[in-house]
Write a protein that binds this ligand. Structure first.
Ligand code: FES
Length: 153
């Protein structure tokens, strides 16, 4: 390929990379604003950006930070990645499920908490790890779970 062709190919690729970045930023801002991304929101983005709604749906369902179902006011994530799993992550998850009376992936009826099971939070040495609204609790004993959750209630 001659240099001019490479530049032109790059221009076209860059155009789409920029659009993808824009789409992700819009989705993240709307997620922050509404705490989830409804069908109406996805449809509106599709109309405004002239991107197929199926593509937006695919992007939104790929990122853990985005939710296509209503989320509770507080987000609790329990890590069950390998390191956390061997250090008692499943017992932490059981305890959170017991305290909130919901299963992983569900939201409490009062919309106060959503519980997620995640694969690795990038701080394996601290396992088992639970995160509530961005606050990390590492080397977490099962006995402390209830108190932490209740402090957010
Ligand atoms: S496995 Fe839990 S933080 Fe990595």
């Amino acid at each position: 390929m001659v240099t001019q062709e490479v530049d032109r190919v790059d221009q076209i690729i860059d155009r789409y990379i920029a659009e993808e970045g824009t789409l992700i930023q819009i989705l993240l801002d709307l997620q922050r604003e509404y705490n989830w991304l409804s069908k109406d929101i996805l449809k509106r983005i599709s109309e405004r950006l002239e991107i197929p709604v199926t593509h937006i749906y695919r992007v939104a369902s790929f990122y853990k930070a985005m939710s296509l179902t209503p989320r509770g006011y507080h987000l609790v994530s329990v890590c069950l990645g390998t390191a956390c799993h061997v250090r008692g992550g499943p017992k932490i998850l059981d305890k959170v499920e017991e305290v909130l009376s919901i299963k992983a992936g569900e939201t409490t009826e009062d919309m106060n908490f959503t519980l997620l099971r995640v694969n690795c939070l990038g701080c394996c040495a601290l396992g088992p790890v639970m995160v509530v609204d961005g606050e990390y609790y590492g080397k977490l004993p099962r006995t402390k779970v209830k108190g932490i959750i209740e402090s957010f209630a």
